[in-house]
Design a protein around this ligand. Structure first.
Ligand code: SAM
Ligand code: SF4
Length: 487
């Protein structure tokens, strides 16, 4: 399949990652569950919520599939390839289920929402199907399934944010954590299935976000990434202003007012100067000067913005329903660099959308060159059932052309990434240490504010993960900066 190339260029390291149990969990559990996750960071964050819900009901997590009474797979529908990966994985579960009587298999997330009870007909081994807004009903559904019924809940909600559920962390590095601040999406980008699988946009209670971030800081985490499909449209109407103001020294002048994303960012940044704040994803149409000025004001709000362009052609952008033009997008890039001169910028790019011509493709390459992205996620267009594009336009670009255009996009991005890294040689960055480098445990791996990975020798310094160190860049590859600690 064509998507093969896109999956190679995407950072797929976490795909299929199983949930890791607490290292020293003293509790005994009535049943063991295993959960693995695919797709975007939101899905990984959701698996942590699911784990928390199951945990409270007496289910313990296991990393070992063979030990599990309940096997869950948290799925992604964004491209056809993502769904094929899940189907393939289910065939592996089938073999295990044949050996292990009584084991239940549950499908969670976007694919569950898209296919609903059809899943039960198509994949006979599946016992439970649960959409992204129905995780609270999981314990009940498990009981139903234990009684021999097939259990489905794919109701989407207008207000579910799981605000009160404190996620059980996946086996993260103990330094950085994801915090979900909103769910769903109201932007009908014509290629995208997310508005159908994750429902309407809703923002999570700001006080619960702040509490979660404070708790993470107390536990030793030093970086939070605020997550949403479109974080810049975060908008929370304060129900109980006393609570928010009282707990967070909120910058809100009028307690009746709503909390915008810029305000939320500021509130999180004020928890501690030692807590780094990141966010993802920004829709170019919604990121405001307010957000950019807030970023510039706080050292601990990282200078990095993921600003997906998708295409550089006005005609294609219009068909994609992205609501901006290439000129508007490039002006936004200028504005970012004006207010935050050293800001890292990354992007998502789709090659071969319906009707895309050679000139449109050249326009995309040009906007990439103009924006000098540090990094991009690059994909073939993959038609998704039910989307506006599937209903309105023909998926008419032949596979070999999609493939060639994607390759040109990848080649350009590789050059841009290398150039961006080369420009950092000689610079000194404040780096948050995340742990040992993968290749060599005599070296640390960390990130700078711009989200670039830096690897540097430990030498004799007494440093731990979660510490900040100043590192001078001495060399680089296309993907990584190499450096040494500066006292
Ligand atoms: N809400 C975020 C945004 O607007 O950037 C992320 C949405 S999606 C999870 C991540 C990326 O997948 C999109 O930015 C887009 O580039 C890509 N994508 C979505 N639908 C696609 C499709 N049908 N074919 C190929 N790529 C797609
Ligand atoms: Fe999909 Fe567009 Fe919403 Fe992103 S903003 S999730 S691409 S519809």
């Amino acid at each position: 399949m064509l998507d093969y190339v896109s999956d190679k260029v995407q950072d797929e390291k976490r795909q299929g990652e199983p949930f890791a149990p607490f290292s020293n969990d003293p509790n005994t559990y009535k049943k063991q569950f295993y959960i693995e996750s695919y797709g975007c960071q939101m899905n990984f964050a959701d698996s942590e919520i699911v784990a928390s819900i199951l945990n409270k009901e007496g289910f313990g997590a296991t990393r070992n599939l063979e030990d599990a009474d309940l096997v869950f797979i948290n799925t992604c529908s964004i491209r056809e390839k993502a769904e094929q990966t899940v189907r393939k994985r289910l065939t592996e579960f089938r073999k295990l289920k044949e050996r292990k009587k009584g084991m239940l298999v549950g499908v969670l997330g976007c694919m569950a929402e898209r296919l609903k009870s059809k899943f039960l007909e198509e994949e006979k081994l599946v016992d439970i199907v649960v959409g992204p807004d129905a995780y609270r009903s999981l314990p009940g559904l498990v009981s139903e399934a234990e009684g021999g019924q097939k259990a489905v809940n794919v109701l989407l909600s207008r207000d579910e944010t799981y605000a009160d559920i404190s996620p059980v962390r996946l086996d993260s590095n103990g330094v950085s954590a994801f915090v979900s601040i909103m769910r769903g999406c109201n932007n009908m980008c014509s290629f995208c299935v997310v508005p159908f699988t994750r429902g309407r946009e809703r923002s999570r209670d700001a006080a619960s976000i702040i509490d979660e971030c404070k708790e993470l800081f107390k536990l030793g985490y030093r970086e939070v990434t605020l997550l949403g499909q479109n974080v810049d449209s975060y908008h929370y109407i304060v129900d109980n202003p006393q609570l928010v103001n009282g707990k967070t020294k909120s910058p809100i002048a009028n307690p009746q007012s709503s909390i915008s994303f810029a305000m939320l960012l500021e509130m999180v940044a004020q928890i501690s100067p030692l807590l780094r704040v990141r966010f993802s994803t920004s829709h170019p149409k919604d990121i405001t000067d307010d957000v950019l000025y807030t970023m510039a004001r706080y050292d601990n709000i990282c200078n990095y913005i993921h600003l997906p362009v998708q295409s550089g052609s006005n005609r294609v952008l219009q068909l994609m329903n992205r609501t901006y033009t290439r000129e508007w997008y490039m002006a936004k890039v200028n504005r970012i660099r004006e207010i935050i001169p050293d800001c890292g910028i990354s992007s998502d790019v789709i090659a071969g959308f319906c009707t895309e011509e050679e000139t449109d493709h050249q326009d995309t390459l040009q906007v990439m060159e103009y924006s000098r992205y540090d990094f991009s996620y690059m994909f073939f267009y993959s038609e998704r059932p039910g989307t506006l594009a599937q209903r309105r336009y023909k998926d008419d670009i032949p596979d070999d052309i999609k493939k060639r255009r994607l390759q040109e996009i990848v080649t350009l991005q590789n050059r841009l990434s290398l150039e961006s890294n080369q420009q950092d040689i000689g610079k000194i960055f404040k780096v948050l240490v995340e742990g040992d480098s993968k290749k060599n445990n005599a070296e640390w791996k960390g990130r700078n504010s711009q989200n670039k990975v830096i690897v540097f020798p430990k030498w004799n310094y007494t440093i731990q993960k979660g510490d900040y160190v100043n590192v001078k860049v001495t060399d680089c590859t296309q993907a990584t900066l190499l450096g040494e600690i500066i006292n």
